[in-house]
Design a protein around this ligand. Structure first.
Ligand code: XMP
Ligand code: MG
Length: 182
């Protein structure tokens, strides 16, 4: 275990098993269709890569980079497009792939944007859900694990851009972030 991690919440093996399970559900969901999987950078990258390899139907992938967080641990409440999709959304079946839903502000913004762009359907798959943090009405169609109201890192999730490469999801030692709470 990395020295900065206080405890592991979700192991590498749990993540692998969950990606397989979600992938087979998504294979059934999108069988015979050509969905556009939209990864939300940067956090969703490992999850997207793992889960999509378990979807056995044709699909297209694209990425969007939006930020509602600065370098810290609290939402600024403001969503900004850092990188938009290259693909036309109109008439497409979208599968939004997220790392974590906390306040829900990021996804609310994306869902509204894709509705405005006239997507045919919009579904959300998220690795983690932190339901206690929710301030907007958004629910994932599929979810990996529920996490408590603690700041988590690893498997795409960062603290000041570090720890994204950890193969598991864990909680940082308080001294690393100065004892501030998520
Ligand atoms: P909202 O609040 O818009 O947040 O649902 C979504 C984005 O916020 C980041 N986030 C976290 N990042 N540990 C992280 O490393 C966390 O515990 C955490 N909670 C929210 C994340 O980028 C997510 O996409
Ligand atoms: Mg994110």
């Amino acid at each position: 275990m990395h020295n900065d991690i206080e405890r592991v919440l979700i192991t590498e093996a749990d993540i692998a098993a969950k990606c397989k399970e979600l992938g087979s559900q998504l294979t059934k969901e999108y069988d015979g269709r050509f969905p556009l999987a939209v990864g939300v950078l940067k956090g969703a990258l490992p999850f997207m890569s793992d889960v999509l390899r378990h979807i056995h139907t044709h699909l297209e992938m694209d990425f969007m980079d939006v930020s509602s967080y600065g370098n810290g641990m609290r939402s600024s409440g403001e969503v900004k497009i850092v990188k938009d999709l290259d693909t036309k959304v109109e008439g497409r079946d979208l599968l939004i792939v997220e790392d974590i839903i906390d306040s829900g502000l990021t996804l609310k913004y994306l869902v509204d944007l894709f509705k405005y762009r006239q997507a045919n359907s919009i579904k959300i798959v998220t690795m983690l859900d932190k339901p206690t943090g929710r301030t907007s009405h958004i629910k994932a169609d599929m979810m990996g694990f529920e996490v408590p109201n603690e700041f988590v890192v690893g498997y795409g999730l960062d603290y000041q851009e570090s720890y994204r490469n950890l193969p598991y999801i864990g909680v940082l030692k308080p001294e690393i972030y100065g004892g501030d709470k998520a």
